[in-house]
Design a protein around this ligand. Structure first.
Ligand SMILES: [Zn+2]
Ligand SMILES: [Zn+2]
Length: 160
């Protein structure tokens, strides 16, 4: 099985993940944006978050787990490095939605070619965006049904 390692911007928090993500996606929700804005890394502050979906059981913090700040927002628990404030991962507060977690892709360190399994598959919460994106990926108004959203796609002719 492939294994991917990562660390926060300052290197205090290190982790690895077993296997490939279920998917990665761009999230434009207010929560993701506000959390990303706290980071000391410019790449986190582009107006939306790039997140990899993993089973919580396949995610392992290998150092720095005592150096995490916790922020509770919009029914999610977000864990950030205390020093560089980069988001490490987020998990729902709903017990029945806690199997999957979202990990900040900017923290992964890929050796060699960028893995195909990390190519983003969609934009979510696109109605909340602060930047327009001109790409071919599906853009969901909120989230797909499997992520407890309406599943409705943004059609492109609606105002923000
Ligand atoms: Zn850090
Ligand atoms: Zn979000």
């Amino acid at each position: 099985m492939s294994q991917y390692t990562g660390e926060c911007y300052c290197g205090a928090v290190k982790f690895h993940c077993d296997g490939d993500p279920f998917f990665t996606q761009y999230c434009h929700c207010n929560k993701c944006r506000e959390i990303a804005a706290l980071s000391k890394r410019d790449k986190d502050k582009i107006g939306y978050a790039w997140t990899a979906g993993y089973l919580a059981s396949n995610f392992h913090i290998t150092s720095g787990s005592d150096g995490l700040d916790e922020i509770i927002k919009n029914n999610a628990r977000l864990l950030l490095c205390k020093s560089c404030h980069s988001l490490i991962y987020g998990i729902s507060l709903d017990v029945d939605k806690q199997a999957g977690i979202g990990i900040n892709v900017n923290n992964f360190q890929f050796s060699g070619a960028f893995p195909e399994s990390f190519e983003p598959v969609r934009h979510v919460w696109y109605v909340n965006r602060v930047v327009d994106i001109d790409d071919a990926l599906p853009k969901f108004k909120d989230a797909p049904k499997e992520q407890f959203g309406s599943g409705e796609l943004w059609s492109g002719d609606e105002s923000k």
